[in-house]
Ligand binder design. Structure first.
Ligand code: UD1
Length: 337
C-alpha cells in the first residue's frame, strides 16, 4: 500500500513514517517544513533502512498537491500537517483557521478528485476543553477553549460531514493527548523551529543550555500541586496507533473517533522532576501566570481503541523523559546543528 503522510517530517509524522516503512508500506511525504527539517526525513530513511519520496508542498497549493496525487497510486492518507501551538493560536487565529482547516479541505478535495477515500486524521484531546470529568471518553462534549482546538474540532466536523455526503470515504480520527519522547535510537525526536511552545522540548533545551529556565504556566490550578495536569503519551505509542489505524481503515465506512492516551495524569511539576531524574540535572524553573487557553486537567479514557484494536500504551513516563533527553543530547542543536 502507498500511504501519503502530510507533515511527515514533523515530530509525530517522522516517527509514524518509520513505523509505516518498517511494516511494509510505501511512504510519500508532503511537508512545507514550516516547523520541521528535511533532515528528519534523512534520519527516518536511515533508521528504517528503506527509502521514501518527499515533496516540499503546502497543502493549500492545490496545483502542487494534485501533482503529488498524479505521480503516485496513493491508497490512504495520514494527515498531520498543521500548526499546533495553543498560545500562538490565540495571537494569530486566522493563520490557524487557514492552515489547519484550509489545508484539510484542500487535501479532501485532492483526495476526492483522485479517487482516494481513506484518511487517518491527527486530532487532539484539546477539543474536549475544560471538562470537570476525567478521564474523558470520546463521547465527552466538545468545548474548544482556543483557536487551535477549534480548528481541530472544525476539521472533525467537516470530515464527519464529508463521510456522510460521500459514502466512499472512510476516516479514522485519532485524538491524542500529549505526545512526547523520541525514537529510542535518539536519531529522530522533537525539534521545533524557534523557541518551543510545548513543555518537553522546552525542558530538553533548558537541559542542554539553549534556554535558561522553564516557566511553569500556572501554580493555582485546582490540582494537588497547583500545576496543570496532562496525559503524556510516548510518541512511539502514538506512531503504533497510526499504523494500526491504517491497518483497520478499510473495515468500516464512515468516520470513527478514538482517543490515544495512557489514562494517567501528570502535573507540570511532576514532569519537571521526572525529567530532572532522566537527565541527571536539576532543571531551573519558575512558576508564572497561567497561559491563556490552557485547561487544568486532561486525562484520556482510551478503552475504545483498546477494546476494538487491542492498542494500549507500552512506554512509561521515565521512557518518555529518557528518550526525549537522548535525542536532545545527541542533537543539541536539532537536525540542522
Ligand atoms: C496542546 C493541546 C494538545 C495538543 C498540543 C499540541 C490543549 C489543552 N492541549 O497541549 O491537545 O496535542 O497542544 O501542541 O489545548 N507548560 C509550561 N511551560 C511551558 C510550556 C508548557 O508550564 O513552557 C505547561 C502547559 O501550561 C501545560 C503543559 O505544560 O499545562 C503541557 O503544555 P504543552 O506541551 O504546550 O501542551 P498542551 O498545551 O497541553
Amino acid at each position: 500500500m502507498v500511504i501519503l503522510v502530510t507533515g511527515g517530517a514533523g515530530f509525530i509524522g517522522s516517527h509514524t513514517c518509520v513505523e509505516l516503512l518498517q511494516n511494509g508500506y510505501e511512504v510519500v511525504v508532503v511537508d512545507n517544513h514550516s516547523n520541521s527539517s528535511p533532515g528528519a526525513l534523512d534520519e527516518v530513511q536511515k533508521l528504517a533502512g528503506l527509502p521514501l519520496t518527499a515533496y516540499q508542498v503546502d497543502l493549500r497549493d492545490r496545483k502542487a498537491l494534485a501533482e503529488v496525487f498524479d505521480a503516485h497510486p496513493i491508497d490512504a492518507v495520514v494527515h498531520f500537517a498543521a500548526k499546533k501551538a495553543v498560545g500562538e493560536s490565540i495571537q494569530i487565529p486566522l493563520d490557524y483557521f487557514d492552515i489547519n482547516i484550509g489545508g484539510t479541505t484542500s487535501l479532501l478535495r485532492a483526495m476526492h478528485e483522485h479517487g482516494v477515500y481513506q484518511l487517518v486524521f491527527s486530532s487532539s484531546c484539546s477539543i474536549y476543553g475544560d471538562s470537570q470529568k476525567v478521564p474523558m471518553a470520546e463521547e465527552a462534549p466538545a468545548g474548544p477553549t482556543n483557536p487551535y482546538a477549534l480548528s481541530k474540532w472544525t476539521c472533525e466536523q467537516l470530515l464527519a460531514e464529508t463521510c456522510s455526503r460521500y459514502p466512499q470515504f472512510t476516516v479514522v480520527s485519532l485524538r491524542y493527548f500529549n505526545p512526547m519522547g523520541a525514537h529510542p535510537s535518539g536519531r529522530i525526536g522533537e525539534d521545533p523551529r524557534g523557541v518551543p511552545h510545548n513543555v518537553m522540548p522546552y525542558l530538553t533545551q533548558v537541559a542542554v543550555g539553549r534556554l535558561e529556565r522553564l516557566s511553569v504556566f500556572g501554580g493555582d490550578y485546582p490540582t494537588p500541586d497547583g500545576s496543570a495536569i496532562r496525559d503524556y503519551i510516548h510518541v512511539m505509542d502514538v506512531a503504533d496507533g497510526h499504523r494500526l489505524a491504517v491497518e483497520h481503515l478499510g473495515e468500516e465506512p464512515g468516520m470513527r473517533v478514538f482517543n490515544l492516551g495512557t489514562g494517567a495524569g501528570v502535573s507540570v511539576l511532576e514532569l519537571v522532576e521526572a525529567f530532572s531524574a532522566a537527565c541527571g540535572k536539576e532543571i531551573p524553573y519558575q512558576v508564572v501566570d497561567r497561559r491563556p487557553g490552557d485547561v487544568a486537567r486532561l486525562i484520556a479514557d482510551s478503552s475504545r481503541v483498546e477494546r476494538e484494536w487491542g492498542w494500549r500504551t507500552t512506554r512509561n513516563l521515565a521512557a518518555m523523559c529518557d528518550d526525549a533527553w537522548r535525542f536532545q543530547r545527541l542533537n543539541p542543536n536539532g537536525y540542522d546543528g
